[in-house]
Design a protein around this ligand. Structure first.
Ligand code: IDP
Ligand code: MG
Length: 162
């Protein structure tokens, strides 16, 4: 079964998406999930976690020299985060499009940050910015066995008879 999942994962594009503590506390989980779901992307992993500060520092290691790094890691580790993996053709790049620009003041209306956030330090969502970071972030947040293959069920599998 695990082998089947891995063969599937090898050919499918996946990205890591997280609803940050502000998005969770503002009750935006279903709104955000629904935007990815309606687009046609498949949810292959999801969990709610409070990351440690060390974990947040690992997640944002690329930004360690930026002045906002400490505050950003404090914030990410302050309350529950919804961590997800989404799958689909072009999901890494298009996921970033759905999310909008880093600064919500510059995000277009119609994007998640454009519609739902105001300031850069509270921009409610994270999305991997490329294939390498997607792979690293998925591996950092999830174990292999937590990732489901988003394969359609066969007609036998969904038949009403047993
Ligand atoms: P991204 O989330 O759009 O990929 P990054 O540049 O990777 O943006 O920055 C990671 C996170 O750091 C942002 O989502 C935002 O929450 C925070 N951040 C980025 N720039 C600033 C800033 O100038 N001040 C405060 N926080 C910032
Ligand atoms: Mg980033």
């Amino acid at each position: 079964m695990l082998q089947e999942q891995e063969a599937h994962a090898a050919e499918m594009e996946r990205t890591f998406i997280a609803i940050k503590p502000d998005g969770v506390q503002r009750g935006l989980i279903s709104e955000i999930i629904s935007r990815f779901e309606r687009k046609g992307f498949k949810l292959v992993a999801i969990k709610i976690v409070v990351p440690s500060k060390e974990f947040a520092q690992k997640h944002y290691h690329d930004l360690k020299d930026r002045p906002f790094f400490n505050g950003l890691c404090e914030f990410l580790s302050s309350a529950p985060v919804v961590a997800m993996v989404w799958e689909g053709e072009g999901v890494i790049k298009y996921g970033r499009k759905l999310i909008g620009a880093t600064d919500p003041q510059k995000s277009e209306p119609g994007t998640i940050r454009g519609d739902l956030a105001v300031v850069v330090g509270r921009n409610i969502i994270h999305g991997s910015d490329g294939p390498e970071t997607a792979k690293d972030e998925i591996n950092l947040w999830f174990k292999r066995e937590e990732l489901m293959a988003a394969k359609p069920l066969t007609s036998e599998a969904i038949a009403l008879t047993e």
